[in-house]
Design a protein around this ligand. Structure first.
Ligand code: PEP
Ligand code: MG
Length: 566
């Protein structure tokens, strides 16, 4: 028996399947606002000393981090910067502000100066100042470091929420699984967890009040349970359940070299979604028909600058060589919940309806061109395809293609090899793209349905908002009918249609998608063997009938009833 009473929390949606057991590491919410205590003239020296100590400690923390990532090299210069130091200590000395308030005001002043600068690089320094300010404030307030990089034991990570940028600073060797109080199953932390094949549950009510640091946990992301401080017999039971789960996965993997062909002869492609070259290496150990989605934005997020053409070319070329069959690289899909540590995005009221994906690429043309040139050059090494995200109009598609043509001309003039007939497709993930699918189908080589966004935009339900997560359901008749409409529009023009949203890896949706005629299912690599097995045991004719009935249903419940999933 472990310390504390055994308690079970249940969750109805699984973010990433698997079972993990281990100690909890709770990432606490932190109040980093300054305390407003007053100081007198004879406290000036001691207040400056507090600040000096914080600067010394911050510098030594950052020195260690700078050895691993050059993002922190700039932070090291800033924390020692003489004008920042002078600004804070002058406020303590001349205005009798305490060190916390002096730091807060000085950092805000610096951020405002950087924000107003013309030069983009200088504007981006504002984010660095905020980071330094928070590090120093934590030290001044005596709040423990929650640097995710500092996790050094194998733990189950517990957080209110995890931003994609948080997960990129994790040492994943130490993470057994994730639990978050907020977030939906299509949030990017779940996507990362699935790519890494780490068990995860999100949207867990009362998580942070129920679990404390070092509680022993069973994270059952197969049936959707968290058992806190389990007794010995529960631990033994889960040890054998975990083994059964692993054995079952191995058994599925063993037959997964066979094609995804139904019992009556319909063959579809089963592909993997990836976020970086590590994922590609891992995915290609599974029997997949290619990479249906390379989320290139992670390359940008895990960097300290916009990756250069050469840097990207190295990655895409290796990926192309690893997956000979097909590699669909989606151009930068940043914005929404995905930010960059080195680029300042203006605060937006509705970021998912804001400056995102192709909208950014078309505006930051140099950034877009560097990426397109890198993808084109990689196309000389494999079956590389380009995919544009978040398209809403023919104008966007035409503009993106114009830039692509310009890149091709440049490469040709420079004598650099590329595939001149590279296939170009679009994500169908906005209602505008659904309604205009028949038009788009005449001008692209393929579609890929992004159900994560499509569901949120069709239903007007934020994909990451826990409060309305019950409304976020891709089986909603509006989403099902949209999928049918997209597939029919693609097939009318004889182009292939895939799906790279999380719905493609949902075993409850396989009959529906197969029956609607989807050509390619792309999902986290860990799910591929299971979906392939379901397809190999299905009848296409029966799936078609079933999908027809489901697509004609009026209510969510009726859709699910037709698919026999309730
Ligand atoms: C989608 O929206 O379904 C998709 C695959 O893109 P992302 O999840 O990266 O927004
Ligand atoms: Mg999307």
């Amino acid at each position: 028996m472990w310390g504390g009473l055994m308690k079970t929390l249940s969750v109805d949606r699984i973010a990433s399947k698997g079972i993990a057991m281990g100690n909890a590491y709770v990432l606490q919410k932190q109040d980093l606002s300054p305390e407003n205590y007053e100081i007198s003239a004879n406290q000036i020296d001691s207040e400056i000393m507090k600040y000096d100590n914080a600067v010394k400690e911050a510098a030594s923390q950052i020195e260690i981090l700078a050895q691993k990532s050059d993002i922190f090299t700039a932070h090291l210069e800033l924390v020692k910067d003489i004008s920042l130091y002078g600004g804070v200590t002058n406020r303590i000395r001349n205005e009798l502000q305490n060190a916390q308030v002096a730091l807060d005001l000085t950092a805000a002043e610096f951020c405002a100066i950087f924000d107003s600068m013309e030069d983009e690089y200088m504007r981006e320094r504002s984010a660095d100042i905020k980071d330094i300010r928070n590090r120093l404030m934590r030290l001044l307030k005596g709040i423990g470091q929650t640097d995710l990089k500092s996790i050094q034991d194998k733990v189950i990570l517990i957080a209110e929420d995890l931003a994609p940028s948080d997960t990129s600073s994790l040492n994943l060797d130490y993470i057994l699984g994730f639990l978050t109080e907020l977030g939906g199953v299509t949030s990017h932390v779940c996507i990362i967890a699935r790519n890494l094949e780490l068990p995860a549950l999100v949207g867990v009510p009362d998580l942070l009040t129920s679990i404390h640091n070092d509680d022993f946990l069973i994270l059952d992301a197969v049936t959707g349970k968290i058992i806190i401080n389990p007794d010995d017999s529960t631990i033994h039971r889960y040890e054998s359940l975990k083994q059964d789960y692993v054995n079952k996965r191995k058994e599925l993997e063993r037959s997964s070299f066979l094609p995804a062909t139904t019992i009556d002869g319909r063959t579809v492609k089963i592909c993997a979604n990836v976020g970086n070259i590590e994922d590609v290496r891992k995915a290609t150990t599974h029997h997949i028909d290619g990479i249906g989605l390379f989320r290139s934005e992670f390359l940008y997020m895990e960097n300290s600058h916009f990756p250069t053409e050469e840097e990207q070319f190295t990655v895409y070329k290796e990926a192309a060589s690893l997956c000979s069959s097909e590699l669909i690289i989606r151009t930068l899909d940043i914005g929404g919940d995905k930010s960059l540590p080195y680029y300042k995005f203006e605060t937006e009221e509705n970021p998912f309806l804001g400056w995102r994906a192709i909208r950014i690429s078309l505006e930051l043309e140099d950034v877009f061109k560097a990426q397109l040139r890198a993808i084109l050059r990689a196309s000389a090494f494999g079956n590389v395809k380009i995919m544009y995200p978040m398209i809403i109009s023919m104008e966007e598609l035409n503009k993106a293609n114009e830039i692509l043509t310009a890149c091709k001309c440049e490469l040709e003039a420079e004598g650099l090899a590329f595939n001149p007939d590279i296939k170009v497709g679009i994500m169908i993930e906005t209602p505008a793209a659904v309604l205009c699918a028949a038009n788009f189908a005449k001008h692209v080589d393929f579609f890929s349905i992004g159900t994560n966004d499509l569901t949120q935009y069709v239903l007007a339900v934020d994909r990451g908002n826990k409060k309305i997560s019950a409304l976020y359901d891709s089986f909603h008749p509006a989403v099902v009918q949209s999928i049918k409409h997209i597939i029919d529009a693609a097939h009318a023009e004889n182009i292939e249609v895939g799906m790279c949203g999380e719905f493609a890896g949902d075993e409850k949706a396989t009959t529906l998608l197969l029956g609607l005629g989807l050509d390619e299912f792309s999902m986290a690599a860990g799910e591929t063997a299971n979906i392939k097995n379901i397809i190999r045991n299905s009848s296409y004719e029966k799936a078609k009938e079933c999908a027809k009935r489901a697509a004609a249903a009026y209510t969510l419940q009726e859709v699910k009833k037709e698919l026999s999933i309730i």
